[in-house]
Design a protein around this ligand. Structure first.
Ligand SMILES: [Zn+2]
Length: 307
């Protein structure tokens, strides 16, 4: 993190002619120049670089009215395997494949090429320029996919925070998510190995970030984000609340094992409906507020943000 005093926005702008390749595109109004004062100012900046280019993220402090409590509706959000985000009111938030079929094919092609080159390389000799070109191409595709995911997450979480007053999610557990791609004993998932890999890298990470974004976006609007314990949400019937191991027969379908109920529906949607009920029956986890201080023996005190 760069300190605020090292960031001179005006100078960056003026140096455009000196460095013609650095083009700045502002996506937000920043409190600089005559717009800046004691309460509205830039307090830090971070230069982020990926294979497609760079961007600067500014940390800004502004004075804003404390949002009043938000009486908006309550919703449960569940990240699924067959549905990216399932909401308890039946709403479904989807997105195209990450990466697209074409990108996936290109990734595979470049990865195979890179592996071939690596195999040909003689021991002790430096990597030539050509493999590096292949690595760059791989990195660019991955960066494109990541940017697309970030965009979708921001739009989706903003829309959820604007629509609902209370948002209930499962407490983060990536191991749960990876497990569910394996399907069930009776009906194992397709391409389990690939999907498990994809889950770890994209889905698991995506859900963690979705919750992170929701946390501040909901709070900023006066709403509240509640986390409930996750175990069993996929096995609990949203209709009669019977928990039966094996109720989740397939990845997509949920069939209640209670013969008196027999509710059938999408498994992700079922879990999304179970989540707010747990919250209403008093199962919310209390998140650690503010910042925690982690002490390290030799490095002094390192602040760490609590989840
Ligand atoms: Zn049931």
């Amino acid at each position: 993190m760069t300190e605020a005093r090292q960031v001179d926005v005006a100078r960056i702008r003026r140096s455009r002619s000196a460095a013609p390749r650095a083009r700045l595109r502002w996506t937000k109004d920043l409190p600089v120049g005559k717009h800046a004062d004691k309460h509205h100012r830039i307090t830090g900046a971070r230069l982020a670089k990926d294979a497609l280019g760079r961007h600067i993220a500014f940390r800004v402090t502004t004075l804003a009215q404390v949002p009043g409590p938000r009486p908006g509706p309550e919703v449960g959000v569940d990240a699924g395997i067959t549905i990216p985000l399932a909401l308890s009111d039946g709403e479904v938030v989807e997105h195209g494949p990450w990466p697209t079929k074409k990108e996936e094919a290109r990734l595979l092609h470049y990865e195979q090429r890179a592996a071939r080159r690596k195999g040909h390389r003689k021991k002790g000799r430096r990597t030539g320029r050509r493999p590096h070109k292949t690595y760059d191409q791989i990195a660019r595709i991955r960066a494109t996919v990541k940017r697309r995911r970030d965009d979708w997450q921001h739009k989706t979480t903003t829309s959820i925070a604007e629509t609902y007053g209370t948002v209930v999610v499962e407490a983060l557990s990536i191991t749960n998510m990876v497990k569910s791609a394996k399907g069930t004993a009776e009906q194992p998932g397709e391409n389990v190995a690939q999907k498990a890999g994809l889950n770890r890298s994209i889905l698991g990470e995506a859900w963690g970030r979705t919750v992170q974004l929701l946390a501040y976006k909901v709070a900023r609007r006066g709403g509240r984000l509640a986390e409930v314990p996750a175990p069993g949400t996929s096995q609990e019937c949203a209709q009669c609340h019977t928990v039966t191991a094996g109720s989740r027969r397939t990845q997509a379908g949920f069939v209640c094992n209670d013969p008196a109920c027999g509710w059938e529906g999408n498994a992700d949607h079922n879990a999304a409906r179970t989540v707010p009920r747990r919250y209403r029956t008093g199962h919310a986890l209390v998140p650690a507020a503010g910042r925690a201080v982690v002490r390290r023996a030799s490095h002094g005190v390192k602040p760490a943000t609590a989840r």
